[in-house]
Write a protein that binds this ligand. Structure first.
Ligand code: PLP
Length: 401
């Protein structure tokens, strides 16, 4: 099938809930994607922050071949070695005490809400302590729990009524946070570096206030590091930047390196909320996904990748800032490590299309924010190539905007 035929076949057979780019991917190698006509694209999106080690990583391909000969799925009624091995690694790098595995980001968010509400209910810590605070510009996922914590009306409105008990706070507004807090709040959920909303970091002051208000009101602090965690910002977790620790941490995206895998990390005490039957999943924590997760963290550690991300991220960000000096259509440059964004004063979709034509996959979020989430193994040379292309495209666009 060619691109035209596949587009038609999808239109005839699938839901039309994705706005796709006209790109028919056959394969990838390192940071390069190839379409069915052999055209190369340097990937600055990584399957939306999933393919952290790029494509066809030799160690990862080898692990997949080995595990295929053993088992793909065993169910959570039995044991296999990789849940515990991966859990140990995640606890080691996060300082948490217990892990739960599921299949996606949104599932980990829903699990974290159940955990928070269940914790107070089961420990008789307050009958009405079940309200959840969340931030205005956040994105936490599409299932009903996660959607109820996601502010954007375009995602929410058609599907009302949502789960009750969610209240919105303005990001980085400590006064608003104080105003919304009370003893009925059981949890506050925060993306410490917001992704889909437009790559907006939470300030240290706001995160500190969040920690303090949770402690004073006996509420749990949940950090959603599904997009910004697991090395992406040049540290294992974004919360480590300020040393402000959550009670519950949600992870997904790169964790299974392309196999669906999400996780909730917390303390031993909070984890005890879920007894047998309280929560679970058929597929979550399967041997292939967990083995890949284990290998991923091992490679991050052994290859000292996190430090490398910081160095390359600083290089990349400086180049974006240089472009900002040159072009007034870039109104802001945000993010850290390899989670970066340039906000434009016009919708970014055209720049994304033009980058694609020039052989680069980038992305736009929040309409005007072009976002870069390359694989962790991206090279400075590849970054420079993209910058050169952006320079040319922005010179052109500046004339029109
Ligand atoms: C911060 C954050 N939380 C949750 C999600 C939902 O994850 P998933 O798409 O795996 O359900 C996303 C997805 O983009 C995300 O960026």
């Amino acid at each position: 099938m060619n691109l035209k035929q596949i587009v038609q076949s999808e239109a005839d057979n699938l839901f039309s809930n994705y706005k796709k780019y006209p790109l028919f991917i056959e394969k990838g190698r390192k940071c390069v994607l190839y379409d069915y006509e052999g055209k190369r694209y340097i990937d600055f999106l990584s399957g939306i922050a999933v393919n952290a080690l790029g494509y066809n990583h030799p160690k990862i391909s080898n692990i997949i071949r080995k595990q295929l000969k053993k088992s793909l799925h065993v169910s959570n009624l039995f044991y296999h070695p990789y849940q515990a091995l991966l859990a140990k690694k995640l606890l080691e790098i996060s300082g948490m005490e217990r892990a739960f595995f599921c299949n996606s980001g949104t599932e980990s968010i829903d699990a974290s809400f159940k955990l928070a509400r269940g914790y107070f209910y089961k420990n008789n810590l307050g009958k009405d302590k079940n309200q959840i605070l969340t931030l205005n510009n956040s994105f936490h996922g599409r299932t009903y729990g996660a959607l109820s914590a996601t502010a954007n009306d375009t995602y929410r409105k058609p599907f009302a009524p949502l789960v009750p008990g969610f209240h919105f706070v303005e990001q980085n507004n400590v006064d608003d946070l104080k105003k919304k807090f009370n003893k009925k709040i059981c949890a506050l959920i925060i993306e410490p570096l917001q992704g889909e909303g437009g790559v907006y970091p939470c300030t240290e002051e706001f995160l500190q206030a969040a920690r303090q208000l949770c402690d004073e009101n006996g509420a749990l602090l949940i950090f959603d590091e599904i997009q910004c965690g697991l090395g992406r910002t040049g540290r294992y977790f974004y919360f480590q930047k300020y040393g402000i620790r959550p009670d519950i941490l949600t992870l997904a995206k790169p964790l299974g390196l392309g196999m669906p895998l999400g996780s909730v990390l917390t303390s031993k005490k909070i984890s005890a909320t879920f007894g047998p039957g309280d929560h679970g999943t058929t597929f979550g924590g399967g041997p292939l996904a967990c083995r890949l997760g284990f290998e991923f963290i091992k490679i991050l550690q052994e290859d000292k990748m996190v430090e490398d991300i910081k160095t390359k991220g600083n290089f990349f960000k400086q180049k974006l800032l240089d472009l900002k000096k040159k072009y007034s259509c870039i109104v802001d440059v945000r993010g850290e490590g390899l989670m970066l964004a340039a906000e434009l004063n016009f919708p970014g979709r055209d720049i994304v299309d033009q980058c694609l034509a020039a052989g680069f996959v980038i992305n736009v979020t929040a309409n005007t924010v072009i976002r870069f989430l390359p694989p962790y193994i991206i090279s400075k040379k590849e970054i420079s190539q993209l910058i050169k292309t952006l320079d040319k495209l922005l010179a052109q666009s500046s004339k029109n905007h």
